[in-house]
Design a protein around this ligand. Structure first.
Ligand SMILES: [Zn+2]
Length: 264
């Protein structure tokens, strides 16, 4: 189990070793995840990941690992989803300053190691920019952790054959939510999405050497309706989600051990 930052008293916080303790800051989002998955999908995955990380640390024999879990930041940069019902986004500069102010507060108390657990890909660019600023301005060590090991072979093996565009709100992400709370997923309403404008392109893609500021309307159903999710969630199960969360936690624990040993 990982202790929560908010559970400590001031006296307990005064006694924490600030040099070595890693503050794990999960950065979530409140945004559409298709017809079928909850708006708070990324926050739910963030909370689950903190739990799974705690278990993985125990399994690795790390019973006193120096880490505190900061409350999940529940809203992030969801520009690409803003036109779909229910999505809430900060402006890029607001989000930068929110995370900057949290980070400098932590640094003021002496914490040196901040680990941003990114649970929504749209947050990544801001977290990257912020991390460089914090490191160069304050000399602290900001680390960036990605919550899902989606390219790991054990995770890829959970995918239904032919589901090649799996991405936001797809089978993997939906499975993770089902592992946490299956009642919140309405699979019977799920539709499959493909990045229609890019299909067949050799070079202009959603990622790679030639790209565009894509928005989630670029993901459409086979008959051309924008649905804002990538892949086919219909094969999602809680069992698959458990495998994805466990595998991702294992990968992250390897990273956390190296973060613990990191000397700035
Ligand atoms: Zn998501």
């Amino acid at each position: 189990m990982i202790r929560n930052y908010r559970d400590l008293t001031r006296l307990e916080m005064e006694q924490i070793n600030k040099e070595e303790t890693i503050i794990l800051i999960p950065v979530g989002a409140l945004e559409q995840h298709g017809n079928h998955a909850p708006l708070g999908t990324d926050d739910m995955i963030a909370e689950a990941m903190v739990e799974y990380l705690g278990q993985a640390l125990e399994e690795a024999g790390e019973h006193n690992f120096p880490i505190l879990a900061f409350p999940v930041i529940p809203i992030g940069l969801s520009t690409e989803h803003r036109n779909f019902c229910g999505s809430v986004t900060l402006q890029p500069d607001t989000y930068y300053h929110l995370l900057y102010d949290i980070s400098t507060s932590l640094a003021r108390h002496g914490f040196r190691k901040l680990a941003f657990l990114v649970c929504h890909g749209g947050n990544t660019p801001i977290v990257q920019i912020l991390s460089r600023e914090l490191r160069s301005q304050l000399g602290i060590s900001p680390f960036i952790l990605s919550s899902g090991a989606f390219s790991h072979p054990d995770v890829q093996a959970t995918l239904t054959e032919g589901n090649i565009y799996d991405f936001h709100g797809g089978e993997m992400e939906t499975s993770m939510v089902m592992a946490v709370n299956p009642a919140l997923v309405k699979l019977e309403t799920a539709e499959a999405g493909i990045p229609t404008p890019f299909v067949g392109n050799q070079t202009l893609k959603t990622a790679g050497s030639v790209t565009i500021g894509w928005i989630s309307e670029d993901w459409k159903t086979a008959d051309g309706k924008p649905i804002g999710i990538g892949g086919d969630p219909s094969g999602a199960t809680a069992e698959k989600g458990n495998i994805i969360l466990k595998t991702s936690a294992k990968v992250l624990v390897e990273g956390l051990l190296e973060i613990r040993d990191w000397q700035a």
